[in-house]
Design a protein around this ligand. Structure first.
Ligand code: ZN
Length: 477
């Protein structure tokens, strides 16, 4: 088995340094001023939404379109590679029996302490508490946590080459990343720490449910996992995001006044909009709604603030407020619950089938044995991979709703067209119909500009026609 380990380490090093030498290219910016409304998109008696859309699309240089298409289409392949690489790692852990060995180690660490603690507790506690003492000092929960630490570290090392290529090399190659290697590694370390804590809690909770409720764990497990997602979403903007980035209240009144006015007009009783220094990691422009219940808030990234016109910022904020007012986060969490029930019911059936056939070979004792985790991740990964178009479509429907809400709230169709052009730096503008349905979790850039121009065409009275150029008066005699 040693040669496996050695060749894996070599592969990791080779991939990391081989790919690391890729050349970075700066992003291609539009050569025209995108805040100047093109002639075909200006209000007139013969305003045509299709022609106005094409006029905006023509502002993007063809080289920029080619580049962002390549970047975005590369993402389709990465979906496949991520899935295959993740599955291969799971199969490796099962077939080399590394998973069983990690479980054995967790047991060896806890067993001696367990016996001593149980003896102590039985002496101290009255007899009716002995069952509880036995439960706690069997340390199954601690074994689960120790197994999880080993699992996360090992899979992170094995998955490093692909993750490094995807998040670091490729982002630099397309001129989208701003972070050098060590700060990037620092963020990876934080990911790992958060994964250790939240993952250990999830593994302890889920395995306790599986062991206790042997027939109905697929329902309770799905509920528990969704509950954890709710907690994670709620703590994210307040406790997790600030670990990576500086989050501040936006204070510039020229930006906040129109935004807050729009918020109040749409029933959002906040006086705060937040800003995050995303330029620490990326050049991508974005904004989002995050949090749950009391922590729900709108955050703009500093790339949008520094490069977007005020019309564009208002258009984007109108979109984000749409997510807020239309309760997209609670709706998505409910959708997650449905998906989780589907995944867990597939697991309930799949785990039995696979363990019956290969359980002994993998040295896994049953569904309640932590060593089964790679099989769980493998099977869940297959279901999520197959469901990709469904998951993307659920998000895309919300995004389309937010687009329409944003146009009505902000009344900035040209600002929204500018945003779509800025987003074209990393998103494909004009996909095929099925390509959009399968891979897109947002409406395409073309669709967004077109919706904006249709909206503008139906609301032309809101926009003043540019002053007609009067003919030069005839020279005086
Ligand atoms: Zn959105």
């Amino acid at each position: 088995m040693d040669w496996h380990l050695r060749s894996l380490v070599l592969l990791v090093l080779f991939a990391a340094f081989g790919l690391g030498s890729a050349q970075a290219q700066p992003a291609i910016q539009p050569t025209v001023d995108i805040t100047k409304v093109p002639v075909a998109a200006q209000p007139s008696a013969h305003f045509n939404a299709d022609a106005a859309t094409e006029a905006y699309m023509a502002m993007i240089p063809p080289e920029a379109t080619a580049r962002s298409n390549a970047y975005f289409e590369g993402g389709y392949w990465l979906l496949l590679w991520d899935f295959l690489c993740g599955s291969a790692i799971c199969l490796l852990l099962l077939n080399l029996r590394w998973s069983a060995k990690m479980r054995d180690l967790a047991e060896r660490i806890t067993q001696p302490v367990s016996a001593v603690c149980l003896q102590f507790l039985k002496q101290v506690l009255p007899e009716k508490w002995h069952a509880l003492a036995e439960y706690i000092t069997r340390f199954r929960w601690l074994q689960d946590a120790i197994y999880w630490v080993q699992y996360l570290v090992l899979t992170s090392v094995l998955g490093f080459p692909l993750g490094f290529y995807e998040d670091y090399v490729r982002e630099h190659k397309y001129g989208l990343a701003t972070q050098s290697f060590w700060p990037w590694m620092g963020d990876q370390g934080k990911d790992m720490l958060i994964g250790l804590i939240i993952g250990a809690l999830a593994v302890m909770l889920l395995f306790a449910i599986v062991r206790k409720l042997t027939r109905s764990w697929w329902v309770w497990g799905a509920l528990a996992l969704t509950g954890l997602s709710v907690v994670q979403v709620a703590i994210y903007p307040v406790y997790i995001l600030p670990l990576y980035n500086k989050v501040t209240r936006l204070s510039d009144p020229t930006i906040t006044t129109p935004i807050l006015s729009m918020a109040h007009a749409n029933g959002i009783s906040t006086n705060d909009v937040y800003q995050v220094d995303a330029s620490r990691q990326t050049k991508k422009m974005s904004a989002n709604v995050s949090g749950f219940a009391n922590t729900m808030r709108i955050t703009l990234n500093d790339n949008l603030l520094s490069r977007g016109s005020s019309e564009e910022i208002q258009a984007v904020m109108g979109h984000e407020m749409g997510h807020y007012v239309l309760n997209h986060i609670p709706k998505s969490l409910f959708f997650d619950l449905v998906v989780n029930v589907v995944v867990f019911s597939c697991l309930f059936w799949g785990l039995q089938v696979f363990l019956k056939r290969w359980g002994e070979h993998w040295q896994i004792r049953g569904v309640g044995d932590t060593a089964v985790l790679p099989l769980v991740i493998l099977l869940a990964g297959i279901v999520y991979f197959v469901l990709t178009p469904v998951l993307n479509t659920e998000i895309r429907i919300h995004e389309k709703e937010a687009d329409m809400f944003g146009l009505n709230a902000a009344r900035q169709p040209d600002g929204f067209a500018q945003a779509a052009i800025h987003l074209s730096e990393y998103r494909k503008m004009r996909p095929g119909k099925w390509e959009e349905r399968i891979f897109f979790d947002h409406p395409s850039g073309y669709d967004r500009i077109h919706s904006s121009m249709v909206w503008k065409g139906e609301n032309l009275e809101l926009f003043e026609a540019p002053e007609k150029q009067l003919p030069e008066p005839p020279p005086a005699h």
